[in-house]
Design a protein around this ligand. Structure first.
Ligand code: 13P
Length: 247
């Protein structure tokens, strides 16, 4: 069985002080939980502070983005080595907000995954369709295109996939558990057909996950966890999601 995996993506939220306050109240709430892997992805500026606070815990630290070059004249960018040295074990790549606002294509996502993996970072790859694509019955076509492009020449070691339908992100409109499971099953089917080790890979659902919706989502066989935005920013709400994810 795949161990549940709950990740917080704070996006562009929380100063260092706010981050420290969160961690200090969150840790006691989850100290006895071993049945769920937990990850927090704060903004770059808070990584080091979080790494220090998480040192004696099993909670993992992730970044929300990384560049595909290893070093050099790329003003404003962050390399995999920098993330590792800040204490990260994971990085989120290909989030729909990066695709939408920063023009990230599957080709760029693919280059980022390659550099991250080469440097030993584990990757959470985000994919998912827009509302228009879903309404036009193109969900599987989009997932197929994103998987083909993003995973070109990449094996599944150190990979997690997050299915995040764009229409469910930050809208309060969670996919039904059936919709999530159907998309996850398609993704796993694609991986089984094209890669080794698909059975072990965890597929997370992301999009308006709340303490109220987590149990129902996790009841589906193909939902292995969640990538949580809004509801991960309050310690008690995120702790409830973690607890609710125990299968
Ligand atoms: P929300 O949980 O705020 O909908 O965000 C989901 C998300 O984008 C996580 O990466």
């Amino acid at each position: 069985m795949r161990k549940p995996f709950i990740s917080a993506n704070w996006k562009m939220n929380k100063t260092i002080e706010e981050t420290e306050e969160f961690i200090n109240s969150f840790l006691p709430m989850v100290k006895d939980i071993t049945a769920v892997d937990i990850l927090i992805a704060p903004p770059f500026t808070s990584l080091q502070a979080v790494a220090r606070l998480l040192k004696t815990t099993n909670i993992k630290l992730g970044a929300q983005n990384v560049f595909y070059e290893e070093k050099g004249a790329f003003t404003g960018e962050i390399s995999p080595a920098m993330l590792l040295s800040a204490g990260c074990s994971h990085v989120i790549i290909g989030h729909s907000e990066r695709r939408q606002y920063f023009m990230e294509t599957d080709e760029i996502v693919n280059k980022k995954i390659k550099t991250a993996r080469k440097n030993g970072l584990e990757v959470i790859l985000c994919i998912g369709e827009s509302l228009k694509e879903r309404e036009e019955n193109k969900t599987f076509e989009v997932l197929d295109r994103q998987l083909t492009g993003s995973l070109k020449d990449i094996d599944l070691n150190g990979m997690t996939i997050a299915y995040e339908p764009i229409w469910a992100i930050g809208t309060g409109k969670t996919a039904t558990k059936e919709q999530a499971n159907e998309a996850h099953a398609f993704i796993r089917g694609w991986l089984k057909k094209n890669r080794e080790g698909a059975e072990k890979l965890r597929i997370l659902y992301g999009g308006s996950v709340t303490p109220e919706s987590i149990e129902s989502l996790m009841s589906e066989s193909e939902v292995d966890g969640a990538l949580v935005g809004g509801a991960s920013m309050k310690p008690d709400s995120f702790a409830k999601i973690v607890t609710g994810a125990i299968k």
